[in-house]
Structures are given as structure tokens and as C-alpha cells.
Design a protein around this ligand. Structure first.
Ligand SMILES: Cc1cc2nc3c(=O)[nH]c(=O)nc-3n(C[C@H](O)[C@H](O)[C@H](O)COP(=O)(O)O)c2cc1C
Length: 179
């Protein structure tokens, strides 16, 4: 099956969580591609609810990174993209109160993280939703309107760490036709 291992598969397997970064910034052309890929994610009922907030202001990244321990990686990262949804509006317009926006936003951040890998960047999914201290810091620092929430931050940059690729499917978690 090795001949089916094309470049795209290679990038998906090579995506790892990297949390330390070189100081150099991410080129604007690459940021544009990351945004394009984020917005290309599938969404339930094609609701496309995500807002992406590009955070490249060093002072803001440092301030957020120093505000809560779990955000520390932001003090080194040149870039983060917050994936946010106006949940109140989403629930009203789409009549969905079952949290489906979380799946939409998850697809969006995963697209961004995989696209980052293809561009020679590394990154990490940094959870915000349902982590009260992180939410308090991020919602206020990014001026998120009432009723909107942040799923997570994609923390991005040129990585300082190199991690091995994912490989293989764990047999005990693969089932055929039934669990
Ligand atoms: C929903 C979700 C939340 C995560 N939250 C964090 C987080 O808050 N901080 C962090 O350092 N990594 C976070 N991660 C990254 C995971 O720790 C990482 O994906 C996992 O350890 C597997 O490693 P890999 O990404 O290198 O394959 C999160 C990942 C997901 C999918």
C-alpha cells in the first residue's frame, strides 16, 4: 500500500503538537492560506459559523501567554489563530442548540493545523472552551462579543522541536462492521 502514501497523507501523518517556536514570523501569504483552509472546512447545514482571529501582535501574545499557565506557549509563538463562533446567533439562526458548532469549529482548526504542516509550519491545538480561566483571558484579550465563544487557539510558527510522524492504525481500535 506504500504507493498510496501520497504527499497529502504524509502531511496528515506528520502533523504533531509542537509547542516551542523560533522567533521569526509567519509570512502573510502563508497566513492567508491558513485562513482559506480554515474556512474551507465542512460545517453542519453549511452554516459556516467560524470567525478566525489572527493574533500576530507580539505584545498581545506575550500578555495572553503570561496571563494563564496553560497559555505559556503563546509567549514564544509568532502567531495564533483563534477559532470563534457567535454561539447565540448560531443557535437562533440555525435552530441548533445541541453544540454542533463545536464540531464545525473543530473541523476548522484541524484544517488549519494540517495546512500549517504543509507550509513547513508547526502548531498546537490549545483548548479554550470550558476552561474558565483560559476563556476569561482569551475572550477579554480578543474583544470577543457577548454570546460568542472561542473553541481553541491554533498556536503556530516555525517549530523548534521535531517529532516523529504518526504511523499505522492500532488494531485494537479498528472494528469491522460492528465494535
Ligand atoms: C480537543 C483538544 C484539546 C487540546 N488542548 C490542548 C491544550 O490545551 N494544550 C496543549 O498543549 N495541547 C492540547 N491539545 C493537543 C494534544 O495534547 C495532542 O494533540 C495530543 O497529545 C497528541 O499529540 P500530537 O498532536 O502530536 O499527535 C489538544 C488537542 C485536542 C484535540
Amino acid at each position: 500500500m506504500d504507493n498510496l502514501h501520497n504527499e497529502t497523507v504524509g502531511f496528515i501523518l506528520a502533523r504533531r503538537s509542537v509547542r516551542s517556536f523560533e522567533p521569526r514570523g509567519v509570512e502573510p501569504e502563508k497566513v492567508s492560506i491558513l485562513l482559506e483552509c480554515g474556512f474551507a472546512a465542512p460545517s453542519s447545514k453549511n452554516s459556516q459559523p467560524c470567525h478566525l482571529i489572527v493574533i500576530d501582535d507580539k505584545e498581545l501574545l506575550r500578555k495572553m501567554g503570561n496571563s494563564v499557565e496553560q497559555f505559556r506557549m503563546l509567549t514564544e509563538a509568532p502567531l495564533a489563530i483563534a477559532v470563534a463562533v457567535d454561539v447565540e446567533n448560531y443557535e437562533r439562526v440555525h435552530k441548533m442548540t445541541d453544540g454542533t458548532w463545536i464540531e464545525d469549529a473543530s473541523a476548522t482548526i484541524e484544517n488549519i493545523l494540517i495546512a500549517a504542516r504543509t507550509l513547513g509550519l508547526e502548531g498546537c491545538w490549545l483548548q479554550v472552551l470550558n476552561r474558565s480561566e483560559r476563556e476569561e483571558v482569551a475572550l477579554s484579550a480578543l474583544n470577543i462579543p457577548n454570546g460568542a465563544k472561542i473553541l481553541a487557539l491554533a498556536v503556530l510558527g516555525y517549530g523548534k522541536e521535531h517529532k516523529s510522524k504518526h504511523k499505522g492504525a492500532p488494531e485494537e481500535r479498528v472494528h469491522k462492521n460492528a465494535w
